[in-house]
Design a protein around this ligand. Structure first.
Ligand SMILES: [Zn+2]
Length: 327
């Protein structure tokens, strides 16, 4: 549903459909969709048991919880073993990678085609969000830096936000909300925390708007997709910090920054490469290596996953998160 929404609302521009095998391979191998830069394949896996039924049809209606969201005009059903490309997309050979497991069709079958008879308004109602063009127009005249996250805002994030506000007119808080893992923060927790959090700052300088999108945990390559989306939002720059869109220990801390640096000109957005903030026991504050000279022994790294675990156990630590967000 979320992939369809992002194609319909043009957040994935230039991607305008679920691409066929040729175009999907061009995205995977060359980071290109119809001659334009596009970094991440958006695939529609299907099961063998549905193949015969789908082959008889030119188009199908797609529903989300009894609401028709679009008519899908079938271009082709293609057979492809995505395992051959797992290394290119996820930079790993591990077929247990959660992003690969989500994108992979167990029967190697995928559907390509165009989305017809769909309006962004349908998704806006389902998701209770605003029109993409509304946010684009809002951000266009401003000097904006975007911030992406899967967690509620902690003091490490706040350090990044204050750093960004010292350099940009506007901070666009745009956390991702989607079909994430069970041990991630819930949609309700993220929205509630960000709504409270943005009130800390001058109202005109910080804009909060949740970004509804599938989560692939694909680290560096997904970071490129996030940059394309924020360019489409009309942001001038975006923060890429430690282990962007990573999962477990699949990626090096700054692998996403490295790949983003390589492609930023093609994408057409600037990047704020930020080194991880931490709590320093000597400085007695959240800081990062730009401002602190102390050795690793004194550093306490701030993890969203640990904060989530501590919220469940009701263990509060003022060094990592504001009390009012510990909910
Ligand atoms: Zn220090």
């Amino acid at each position: 549903m979320l992939n369809i929404y992002n194609i319909v609302s043009k957040k994935f521009y230039p991607l305008d459909c679920f691409s066929n095998l040729k175009n999907s391979l061009d995205i995977i191998n060359n980071y290109k969709y119809k001659r334009n830069f596009f970094p991440f394949p958006i695939m529609f896996p299907i099961l063998k048991s549905d193949e015969v039924k789908l082959k008889k049809k030119n188009n199908i209606d797609i529903f989300y919880k009894n609401t028709k969201i679009c008519n899908f005009v079938i271009d082709e059903i293609f057979n492809y073993n995505l395992k051959k490309k797992i290394k290119n997309i996820f930079f790993t050979n591990d077929i247990k990678h959660p992003g690969f497991m989500k994108m992979n069709s167990p029967d190697n079958l995928y559907l390509s085609g165009n989305i017809a008879n769909s309006k962004e308004e349908i998704f806006i109602q389902i998701l209770n969000t605003k029109k993409f063009s509304f946010v684009q127009k809002l951000l266009k005249p401003m000097n904006v830096v975007a911030f992406h996250s899967r967690n509620i805002p902690h003091l490490g994030h706040e350090w990044i936000h204050r750093y960004c506000l010292s350099r940009f007119e506007t901070l666009f808080l745009n956390p991702i909300i989607g079909d994430s893992k069970n041990d991630d923060f819930s949609e309700r927790q993220i929205i509630k925390a960000y709504k409270k959090y943005k009130n800390i700052f001058p109202s005109k300088r910080v804009i909060f708007y949740p970004h509804y999108c599938s989560v692939f945990f694909a680290g560096p390559r997904e970071a490129l997709l996030h940059l394309v989306i924020r360019r489409n939002y009309n942001c001038d720059s975006m923060v890429i910090g430690r282990d962007h869109s990573g999962v477990k220990n699949y990626y090096e801390k700054y692998a996403a920054q490295k790949l983003a640096k390589k492609y930023k000109k093609k994408i057409g957005i600037n990047i704020e490469y930020i080194k991880e903030p931490y709590y320093c026991k000597k400085c007695k504050m959240v800081t990062n290596e730009l401002f602190c000279r102390h050795s690793d022994t004194f550093k306490l790294f701030i993890s969203g996953t640990n904060i989530r675990k501590n919220i469940i156990k009701n263990i509060y630590d003022e060094r990592f998160i504001r009390k009012e967000l510990f909910i």
